[in-house]
Every structure is written in structure tokens, then in C-alpha cells.
Design a binder for this molecule. Structure first.
Ligand SMILES: *Cc1c(COP(=O)(O)O)cnc(C)c1O
Length: 480
């Protein structure tokens, strides 16, 4: 059958918008600036939107659109007032950061200009800037540029997946095959040693096919989230698998604790294990002279996963993966086709990670480092550490609360505790609710070896000592 005879298409509603594009963007900018300037007025956590005018019309898929201006008007009325102020200085749950002006500019321009490091390669400005940005990151974290290379990824979760893929390819190479070609069935089952892995590492074991059961839980040092080295050595020595991976932590999510990377690297050398480090936010300890020692030995590891959308205060999604075995990673992630027309000799970000199409992730990192420099980033990282110390000092001197662990870097892990020491769990649930109901600060729960507590994680460039005063005021009025 022939195609229907062509009818005159209606003027595209999108094209009409170009006639007032300036107004659209001006309105978008106004909403952005209003939100940022009033961030303190927003409660740190989300409130439920009543969506009062969310009439039945809007519940249906719109047949005809209302245009960008009206859509923004609707958002401004129905959504924005109920958004959370999580970009503000007192959202200290999880490991959540803010967004700096320069990062927003980079992110916005990457989107607005539609640039991408893909496809064909190294000669384009985005590709060149991506390479330069990765080199800057290696520099900033004092990682060895001669032996380590990196790629920009969506998150530490993805970095952890790449590390497992990379380790499989590495072990395959040792026994004369390619794991990505032959499949994991051609390899002996791996054993992955870790004491307090982040959930994303366990997920990585699942999705890569290594298997969640491959995890060997190494005993912790008592009252800490780091590996007991004697226990690790014992496990490595008696492992029945020749394919061993150790996954260490620089900055555990609950308490911010650091494994002894130097000692673990020695053991990995001795027992021929791949050493991966999850350093999602802990890698930024390299910027603070008093904390730098926590990362001793990091230059010796095989791979590192870390986040830009945490302590670097870049918008989602932004992460880094560093490895000493980039060519093996590239072999595992290789995909090329004539329609892409990139030269096999060139390195391409798409052949280093999971995504083919991808955002120009380097730009917000580049603008951040260009605008503030290493010293600028260091200033808010150090300031966050001081804020954590200040809160911890108050807690340790208070009658109501106690620290569960010391502050290693930027996380305060504590507990409400009354003299009779009964009902600790119940008390803490109530107190956390009271803290968050204050709408002045938002904290999250945490658990270490069965001890339940409350966490405050400092990662936001906006947070000041005066915010800690506000938090202390809230904490001192709580009572279960
Ligand atoms: C946040 C975090 C992750 C996961 O990172 P995403 O960016 O959320 O994927 C992994 N490990 C640690 C220690 C983290 O803090």
C-alpha cells in the first residue's frame, strides 16, 4: 500500500518556541536564581506536594502541549515550593553534596550545546578536554600519571562494576585468555575479600556474573569498619581460588573509616590479588594536609572508584574510575562499528566504560577546577572536616549524646543515650525523627556491627560553622 497522501503538517509547537527562546531561558534562569537565593527557606528534606491544582486534565498524557512558558509557570506554582533544600548547607544525610556555581555552568553548557566526547575521538574539543580533565583529577588526588589512567563514569557504582570487569580481564590475561571473549566460565571462580563493602560493590559482583556469593567477609578490627590484617592474610593464604580480588575502602559510608591501603597492598602483592579501592568521597582526603595520611598507599592499588557528585559538588551524574590496566579495560569494553567511524588506534571514552552515548561529563569538572582551582576545592573539603570535628566535640561533651566512633574525616556517627541506657534503638529512632522534623537539618540513620546510630556527613561547599551551631541547637532540644 502506498503511504497516505501527505497533508500539510501543523506548524511545529517546538519551532514556535524559537521565536521567544530568550524569554524561555530568562524565565528558567529566574527560577534557578530564585531557588538558589532562597535555599535556606526550603526544608532540607522533601515535603509532600499537595499538588492542589493537579486536576484530572493534567493526569492524562497531554494531547496538545501548553508550551515551555506555561509548563514552567505550572512547575513554579505546583512543584518548586515543595522541593527539598537538599542543595542547602544542612542536608547531611547519606553522602549528599551541593552544586557550585561553576559546576552548574559547566553542566548547563554541556547540555545546552549538546557536546559529547563521542563519537570520533581524540581530536575534538570535548575529547581533548575530557583527557585534560582526567589528567587534572590524577594530579589533584596525587595519583601517579605514569602508571594510572582514568575514565569518567556516572557514579562510583559504575566505577565498582568497571573494577570487577577489569579484574576479570586481568586474571584471564594471566592464564592466557580474555574473560570478556570467553566468558567467566573459562575462569576459576573469583573470591572477593572485603570487610565493609558498600552495597554497590555487592551489586557489582552480581551484575558482572562474578556472583554475590564470591564475597568473602573479612573480619573487621573491633569497633571499626576496616579489615583486620591478620584475618585478611589468613583468608588470602587459605583461599582455594587462584583468582583473588581485595576490595578495600577509603571512606566507608557509615563511619567514614579507612582501610590500611599500604598494608593491604603488601598482602595483595604477596598473594597475587587485584586491589580495588572504593574511595567514593574519601579520595578527597588527599586535599587536606592533616588527613592525607589516611590515603597512604593509594598510588599502589590496581583500581579506584570515586564520585564527582559527592565532595566535588558536581550535579548528577559524575564519577571517576582510575586503573593501572586501562588497555585490559578497553579490551573488555570494546565496541566499534563502521557507522561510528572511530579509529581503532584512538582511545574513546565509550570503549572504556559501559555507555556509548554519554554526556560531556568533563565540562562541569573542568569548569569547577578552572574556577576554583585545587585550593578552592580543598577549602570546602577542609571546612567540612572542621565542621564535622566541631559537631563531634559538642556531642562528646554533651550529656544526651555520645560518639559511636571517632570522626575519621567528615562523618559524625553518634547516638542518643540517656543515663539508664535502656531502649537505645527506640530512643534513636524518635530522636532522628525529631531532628528531621525540625526542618532545619536532615540526618540519616546508620548501623555498624549491630550498633544503630545517627549519621551527619559533611560534603557541601555551603556548610559553615554557623550551620553547626544551628544543628547543635536542634540536637539539644530533642528528647524521646
Ligand atoms: C556513595 C557511595 C557509593 C556509591 O556511589 P554512587 O555514586 O551513589 O553510585 C559507593 N561507595 C561509597 C563509599 C559511597 O559513599
Amino acid at each position: 500500500m502506498l503511504l497516505n497522501s501527505p497533508t500539510t503538517p501543523a506548524t511545529s509547537p517546538v519551532k514556535k518556541e524559537l521565536t521567544h527562546f530568550f524569554d524561555i531561558m530568562t524565565q528558567c534562569q529566574k527560577m534557578t536564581v530564585d531557588f538558589w537565593q532562597n535555599i535556606d527557606a526550603y526544608p532540607p528534606a522533601c515535603t509532600l506536594s499537595p499538588l492542589s491544582n493537579y486536576d484530572s486534565q493534567l493526569k492524562k498524557l497531554p494531547e496538545k502541549g501548553i508550551g515551555s512558558m506555561q509548563t514552567m509557570a505550572w512547575l513554579e506554582k505546583e512543584c518548586l515550593p515543595y522541593f527539598s533544600g537538599k542543595l542547602g548547607p544542612r542536608f547531611l544525610a547519606y553522602v549528599a553534596a551541593g552544586i557550585t556555581p561553576a559546576a552548574l555552568v559547566g553542566h548547563w553548557l554541556a547540555t545546552a550545546t549538546g557536546q559529547s566526547p563521542l563519537p570520533n575521538g581524540a581530536t575534538t574539543i570535548p575529547a581533548t578536554m575530557t583527557n585534560q580533565t582526567i589528567a587534572w583529577l590524577l594530579d589533584m588526588f596525587s595519583l601517579p600519571k605514569e602508571s594510572m589512567q582514568g575514565t569518567l563514569v556516572a557514579s562510583t557504582s559504575i566505577g565498582n562494576i568497571l573494577a570487577m570487569v577489569n579484574a576479570c580481564e586481568w586474571y584471564g590475561e594471566k592464564i592466557g585468555l580474555s574473560a570478556s571473549r570467553e566468558g567467566l566460565g573459562a575462569l576459576p571462580p573469583a573470591q572477593v575479600f572485603s570487610s565493609s563493602p558498600h552495597i554497590s560493590l555487592i551489586k557489582a559482583l552480581g551484575v558482572t556474573g562474578i556472583g554475590r556469593n564470591a564475597l568473602v567477609r573479612v573480619k573487621n578490627i573491633s569497633h571499626r569498619e576496616v579489615m583486620d590484617l591478620t584475618a585478611l592474610e589468613h583468608s588470602l593464604k587459605h583461599s582455594n581460588s587462584p583468582f583473588k580480588i581485595v576490595s578495600a575502602s577509603c571512606g566507608t559510608v557509615t563511619t567514614g573509616d579507612f582501610d590500611d591501603i599500604c598494608a593491604i597492598a603488601n598482602l595483595c602483592n604477596k598473594y597475587d590479588a587485584w586491589l580495588h579501592v572504593d574511595a567514593a568521597f574519601g579520595i578527597f582526603a588527599s586535599l587536606v594536609s592533616k588527613k592525607r595520611d589516611l590515603l597512604r598507599g593509594l598510588e599502589r592499588v590496581d583500581s579506584i572508584a570515586a564520585d564527582g557528585h559527592k565532595w566535588l559538588n558536581i550535579p548528577f551524574d559524575c564519577g571517576f574510575y582510575f586503573t593501572k590496566h586501562m588497555s585490559l579495560l578497553e579490551r573488555a569494553n570494546y565496541a566499534n562499528s563502521s557507522y561510528l567511524s572511530f579509529d581503532d588506534e584512538e582511545t574513546s571514552e565509550s570503549n572504556r566504560g559501559l555507555q556509548l552515548s554519554q554526556a560531556f561529563r568533563a565540562l562541569p569538572i573542568f569548569t569547577t577546577l578552572q574556577a576554583y582551582g585545587k585550593a578552592g576545592v580543598a577549602s570546602w573539603v577542609a571546612n567540612n572536616c572542621v565542621c564535622a570535628e566541631k559537631l563531634a566535640t559538642w556531642i562528646s561533651q554533651s550529656q544526651q549524646y555520645r560518639l559511636i566512633t571517632p570522626v575519621y574525616l567528615n562523618i559524625v556517627f553518634f547516638q542518643y543515650q540517656r543515663a539508664d541506657n535502656k531502649e537505645v534503638e527506640r530512643d534513636n529512632e524518635i530522636v532522628l525523627q525529631q531532628i528531621n522534623n525540625s526542618k532545619k537539618v536532615f540526618l540519616s540513620p546508620g548501623e555498624m556491627h549491630g550498633i544503630k546510630g545517627i549519621r551527619a556527613a559533611f560534603c557541601n561547599w555551603r556548610t559553615e560553622k554557623s550551620d553547626v551551631e544551628i544543628i547543635i541547637n536542634v540536637l539539644s532540644t530533642c528528647s524521646p
